[in-house]
Design a protein. Sequence first.
Length: 311
Amino acid sequence: MIHRIARLLKFREPLSTDPGALLASGATVPVDGTAGYQKGCIFQHTDGSTGTTLYLNEGTYSSCAFVAIGTASHLVITTPPVSYVSPSLGVGVYGTPVVETALVDNIAFSVNVQTATNKTAADTSCIAAYIGCSNSANTTNDKIQALLVSTTLGGNCYDAYAVQGHITVNANMATQNANAHITGVSGKALLSHNNTQGWVTGVLAIVDGTGTTGGICNVIAAQVEATTTANEVDSILRLGADQTVPVAIELVGVANMTSFAKVDSIAGCVVSDALVPATAPGADTVGADAALKIMIGAVAYYIPLYDTLHN
């Protein structure tokens, strides 16, 4: 009989050896510690309200612990601080943050993928999560975002990121070719049609707002940590072009820039003392207080620096 009923309902026949209910309902949610419900049992709260109508047993058969699915530790996606309405798909109590203690390892949502085969270079190689977005209307001032991440700080925090990318090399590896990329965060703007205005940017970084900071504030910051192997990093900034580019670096709004460049000390990329050969300034010499060393190919060139104005 059980087999026939399960087949008619298109359910897999439950294991008779596992005691307790798989589905239950009532006007009152069973209190923690109540026996009689299997792990993963779904309880429909007939007297519940928004976010408290469906519960999941995260306890055991002998001691249940029903948690509203809107706050269940392994089903919740943390709601962004910005309030959005009418999502096509929502998980959890939309608009209500998840209490940190309800999460396991502080993770609201997790996807873990592992591949043991050699993948192709196509976009179908090995993807943990894919989000596709497109528009079909030519609307003025229209906005489209494939992924929006919003992080709001309401208190002291050691580190905070809206988006953070980690990539770890755990084994000796040989890349496909010299142009293969091992990258923490990557951005690409692919032009497959004509574009007549606006900015086309692979990666865009903006600092905005009227708040102040007592620390260091950078639009773009690149840091080589002290634990990095010496001379392992070839350059902090690399600009490359496989096609003709009219300008490598363009400065816009220079009237608002106090200095073009700032070096924290006369060392490293700045050659101390006078120009090579070092000569004190005199009537017949071009001595300087310091010099910038520029490598063009294998040849070193020096740009003189003076700490006072010279005629």
